[in-house]
Design a protein around this ligand. Structure first.
Ligand code: SF4
Length: 374
């Protein structure tokens, strides 16, 4: 389903596009920089707070641009400091944005990182068998403005926890594009959004601290390799052979490992960046030592980092998390070969941190409520 908002979100405008819109409408071009400063430096919530703009111009802006493309619904904080923010869009669709304050266990490394995980679609068309986001399929793409506004909402939520100082996006270590949706399936919007996030006139967040995760859309990976943006890439691998990967990721039928891995290598070489291989460990599916050995070989060939993630149970799905011992044994195979590997500690299990679950539960509750009153 395509959603066409009455007016475009101001957060989806670049300096160039906003300048062009203003000049086409006979407004002074220099207003574009003033507006962007109010949005990203001062983070105002209303047009009227933009006090150095004439009142009739503020009225014109309000008539032509949406200032708040997402609305805050719910903030659920887990006991282990993972924070899920549920946002509502103009068409009442729900999306999730997550703050993860995660200690990462690596090779001799134990440090804390503050990461924001953003969504790019409502639902997802990729149908990965272990994922809550894919359960109901794809509803629609997010606009660039809706993607960027998630980060504004995160800063506002941080403000609520730090009353004395205003939270800056720069206080976060990383942004990962790993929430609901396949980002490369919404290519133009995510590139535009990340351009705004990275720009000095936008949120000014370093591209090297942004990681986009894909299930493996090969042509789009090759397109991304040509982008000047300089973001990092993670591949949701989850299977080190076609046989295993196909069981849980239908996309592997279209783009098997023989196509995917050379594309990843091309990205890594073109961009000069180490790629991360994400590998969710699911009991009895991909947690055997033979899979670890195949994964080791792939990671070695790609000079890739491996991120092992013990599975977060999803209600209604049969998959289980392997024991800690089994996860450690799997990681040891990679460590022994000198592969850079992290084994993620449990985060957000108690707040449905597995991507898409909070949204699904809230939608179900809404349907039930609607049913009751009908
Ligand atoms: S894991 Fe990612 S790509 Fe796969 S269905 Fe879920 S959101 Fe989509």
């Amino acid at each position: 389903m395509k959603f066409t908002p009455e007016k475009p979100a101001i957060y989806g405008e670049t300096l160039d596009s906003l300048t062009a819109s203003l000049t086409a409408a006979g407004q002074p071009a220099f207003r574009a920089k003033q507006i962007l400063a109010w949005l990203y430096k001062k983070r105002v919530r209303t047009w009227d707070e933009m006090t150095n703009l004439p009142k009739d111009f503020r009225t014109w802006m309000a008539e032509h641009f949406e200032l708040e493309p997402t609305g805050f619904v719910l903030d659920r904080q887990s006991g282990d400091e993972t924070d899920k923010i549920l946002l509502e869009l103009g068409d009442k669709s729900l999306i999730e944005t997550v703050i993860i304050r995660a200690p990462m266990l690596g090779v001799g490394v134990d440090k804390s990182r503050k990461t924001i995980c953003i969504s790019t679609q409502v639902g997802c068309a990729m149908g990965c068998k272990f994922c809550a986001s894919g359960l109901a399929g794809l509803k629609r793409n997010l606009s660039a403005g809706e993607i960027v506004h998630q980060l504004i909402q995160v800063c506002r939520q941080e403000d609520a926890h730090t009353p004395r100082a205003r939270a800056e996006l720069a206080s976060f270590d990383n942004i990962v594009v790993m929430g609901m949706g396949e980002p490369l399936h919404n290519y133009d919007a995510i590139i535009r959004a990340l351009t705004i996030v990275n720009a000095e006139w936008g949120l000014g967040f370093g591209a090297r601290r942004i990681t986009l995760s894909t299930s493996g859309l090969v042509p789009k990976i090759l397109q991304l390799a040509e982008e000047p943006l300089g973001i990092r890439l993670a591949i949701s691998l989850h299977g080190a052979t076609d046989e295993v990967r196909e069981q849980i990721m239908p996309i592997n039928k279209t783009y098997p490992l023989a196509d995917l891995l050379p594309a990843v290598k091309a990205f890594s070489e073109k961009q000069g960046r180490m790629v991360t291989l994400e590998f969710i460990l699911i009991e009895g599916i991909n947690d055997a030592i033979e899979q670890a050995e195949k994964l080791r070989d792939i990671a070695y060939d790609l000079h890739a980092h491996v991120n092992l993630i013990p599975y977060n149970t999803v209600e209604g799905l049969p998959w289980k998390r392997p024991s800690n011992n089994r996860c450690e044994r799997f990681a040891d195979v990679l460590r022994a070969a000198g592969i850079s590997v992290t084994l993620r500690r449990e985060k957000g299990h108690d707040i449905n941190a597995a991507c898409g679950q909070l949204r699904l539960k809230t939608e179900k509750a809404r349907e039930t409520e609607a049913g009751c009153t009908a």
